[in-house]
Design a protein around this ligand. Sequence first.
Ligand code: RET
Length: 239
Amino acid sequence: TTVPAVIGTTGPGSIWFAVGTVVMGVAALYFAVRGRRVETPRARGVHVVAALVPAVACGAYLAMALGVGVAEVAVRGGTLRLHWARYADWLFTTPLLLIGLGLFVGAERETLFGAVAADVFMIVTGVAATLSGVPAYRYVWWGISTVAFLCVLYFVVVALGQEARDRDAATWSTFASLRVLIGASWTAYPVWWLVGTGVGLVSPSVEAFGFTLLDTVAKVGFGLLVLHSPALAGSETPD
Ligand code: RET
């Protein structure tokens, strides 16, 4: 009898799930404590989002560290072990990040709604890519998800950019940094999915490390940048 190859597994990556749990937990606490004294609705909204994103991720990483949410997919003559908690995380945190960016810029509700809709479609079709057992279908879904991702990018770079240009200089300059952070870190996800989950060029633990690193940049980096923006300075209650 031949033992089917295990392409992905809970074991090797679990150190990174533990690291992710701690990093996200600390970030959530830091952003929440920092937001305690914030007064203006704008700064309050941005703080809530900045803290919620790593809080959700902390739960997802804990689930993965404890082996919850593992799905086994038969593909390429082997068994691919997937952590769907990652996608549950993204389903909530990517719209939250877009909402946070929208609140910061003071975006039109309609623009934001379009972006969130494209974003949810991107994650759901990404799940289809991940769970599909036929290799060719995995790449078809990846392609569909990537088209949705390009729509999200269009929103962040072009549509929101036009709105941010009309705001004060401090808002515009933080927005310009956030746009680079989001453009670069988010683009790495579909690429890393191809390398790890798609083609399987790297080991499961390297794949887990990569996603943990990306999540840290995309979530914690976003919070640090936006909360330290000069545009939000002076929104705290004085002592
Ligand atoms: C998948 C695979 C299918 C193709 C595409 C993907 C895009 C994922 C993205 C995830 C972003 C996650 C973030 C999380 C942090 O908070 C689903 C990997 C396009 C863009 C920013």
